[in-house]
Design a binder for this molecule. Structure first.
Ligand SMILES: [Zn+2]
Ligand SMILES: [Zn+2]
Length: 168
């Protein structure tokens, strides 16, 4: 086990970038939208949503690239400048977009510790991806207040009020 059971370490393939999530994420999306399919070159993206200030850079630095997104507002994807692996992104949503990072779960050393909480945009899910029975899934997006656990909503509320989060 790396770190401790409250933290999650990860990095790119060339190991120039190493990072640590200093707490459990707030919520985890498995996104089946066609944008994520194209960006990852595969069937879906797996993103852990966490406060930006809970992503600590342990080694190296990232290069941030503006990338088009479905909303038209774009997202800023942080990549390793050497191997170009995408590590996380921030969406161009006012205030909260900067405050929440979408960390690519597959770049964690132990991605099995961060399973999805919901499958989104299943309208464009590839037919051979079969979701477990009872797994939360929505055709497009969802209302945060209806799906996030209470504890995560409280963490998100700190961000929308402009406060700084404290590590759990
Ligand atoms: Zn790299
Ligand atoms: Zn997507």
């Amino acid at each position: 086990m790396r770190g401790n059971d409250q933290t999650y370490d990860g990095g790119c393939v060339c190991r120039h970038v190493r990072y640590r999530l200093t707490s459990k994420p707030m919520f985890v999306h498995c996104c089946h939208c066609s944008w994520c399919q194209r960006e990852t070159g595969t069937a879906f993206a797996l993103n852990a949503l966490i406060e930006s200030d809970r992503v600590e850079l342990l080694a190296g630095k990232v290069e941030v690239l503006d990338t088009p997104s479905a909303s038209g507002k774009g997202q800023r994807i942080a990549r390793c400048p050497k191997c170009q692996v995408a590590l996380w992104s921030n969406y161009a949503v006012p205030r909260i977009g900067r405050a929440i990072r979408f960390v690519r779960v597959g770049t964690l050393d132990e991605p099995q510790r961060v399973p999805p909480d919901i499958h989104i945009f299943t309208a464009s899910k590839l037919p051979w991806v079969v979701l477990p029975r009872g797994m939360p899934a929505v055709a497009e997006y969802y209302r945060t207040a209806e799906r996030w656990p209470r504890e995560s909503l409280a963490r998100r509320a700190v961000l929308t009020s402009g406060g700084k989060s404290t590590a759990a």
